[in-house]
Each structure stands twice: as C-alpha cells, then as structure tokens.
Design a protein around this ligand. Structure first.
Ligand code: 3NM
Length: 207
C-alpha cells in the first residue's frame, strides 16, 4: 500500500552534524529504527561540514533512509540533491526560488518554509508539495529563527490550504507535538528533541 505524502511527513527528523554530540549516522539509524517517517539533511550553520565531507556524510545518511524507506530531503543544496538522488529539497524564503526549482525538478518534492502572511502571499504555493510552518515555539537550534508564531499559524495555513501537507517546526517536543497536530498539521519536524534526547528510540516513539 502506498502511503500519502501527508502521512510520510508525520515524524520528520531534521539533522546536520552541527546538531549532534554523537555520530550523526548512529543517531539517524536509531531514529529510523524507532519510526521516523522522513528525514532532512540540513548541514548548515556554525560547525557544519562542507564539500567532500558534507557529501560523504550525506551518502551514509541517504543510504540509511533507503534501507528504512524513509523520505530523504536535502536542505537548500541542489548539487547535493543530484549527487545523492534525494527525494526532494526544502528551502526557506531567502533560499533558491521555488519557481526555478520546480522547473529543474518537475518530479521531486519541494518543501517551503512560511512564517507569516506576507511570505505566503509572495510564495508560489501552487508549486510546492508541502509547507513548513514555524517557528511554532521558541527554539535555540536555529540562530536566526523568527519570533515564535504559535499553533495559531497552523490553523491559519490549514484554513487557507486545506489540501497541502503542513509540518510544524521549531521548539516541538514530545510534550507539545500533539497540540501541533490538533491545530491541523500533518506532521512535526524536529531537530533537538531527537538529537538531544537521552533515549532516541523513546523520544521518537513518544512523538
Ligand atoms: N527552521 P528544534 S525553526 C530548522 O522556523 C528550523 O523555519 C525553523 O529545531 C523555522 O526542533 C528550526 O530543535 C529549528 O527547535 C528547529
């Protein structure tokens, strides 16, 4: 049975080596075994890898996603999308244009972050496969994160886009994830509640 994209985005784990105190490969393996449904390789910010090192890590993480039948999305790096044959790409408002990406990748998944109405108005939402909504809660993981928008933002987006899969992001953990889903999101996207968990398997299951 084929599951829908909305279902595949249910437990969406995002990670780069800069988020990890232990081996990212081990972390992704544990998270995959425990039941994440999608993964985004986001090698970005202070301490992140570049060039060959980034590619080498990406190849290992891509392989794990293949083994576990987990979606593999790359954050804002078309070269890596091609080299790793990713399932899709996720971009923010300041990244590559969705219009160009859609031309380049008619068949890959494209995810776009939106944080407010102006961003939505200025975005070609008809070209995206899913929307990332956030930051829902306060987060210390992304240094340039905007002011938290709360679950109300999910309700607003859901009303405007009844049929586009929506994932909440930013400060989501095992305690507040259900509020994000109740507000209308199809899934939760998390970094630290998995990378920083003392027990990754338990954290993924609770989510
Ligand atoms: N994007 P954590 S917030 C990567 O609002 C990212 O678009 C955000 O990390 C956005 O789960 C964020 O540790 C960081 O809060 C999410």
């Amino acid at each position: 049975m084929r599951i829908s994209l909305a279902q595949q985005l249910r437990k969406y784990f995002i990670m780069g080596s800069q988020n990890c105190e232990q081996d990212p490969v081990t972390i992704l393996e544990s998270a995959a075994k425990a039941g994440i449904t999608a993964f985004q390789f986001r090698e970005k910010g202070i301490g992140s890898l570049a060039g060959d090192e980034k590619l080498k890590l990406g190849k290992k993480l891509r392989q794990i996603c293949r083994e576990y039948h987990i979606l593999f999305i790359v954050n804002d790096d078309v070269e890596l999308v091609d080299l790793l044959d990713a399932d899709g790409i996720h971009v923010g408002q300041a990244d590559q244009s969705v219009t160009e990406l859609r031309k380049q990748y008619p068949d890959k998944l494209i995810g776009l972050s939106v944080s407010n109405r102006t961003e939505v108005e200025n975005s070609p939402t008809h070209l995206v496969d899913y929307l990332g909504a956030g930051p829902i809660y306060g987060t210390t993981t992304k240094s340039d994160a905007k002011t938290p928008v709360g679950t109300e933002w999910i309700r607003t987006l859901r009303n405007q886009f009844p049929n586009i899969p929506i994932v909440g992001i930013g400060g989501i953990n095992t305690s507040n994830a259900s509020s994000v889903i109740h507000a209308g999101a199809n899934g939760v996207a998390v970094i630290s509640s998995i990378t920083q968990a003392t027990n990754i398997v338990e954290a993924v299951k609770k989510l």
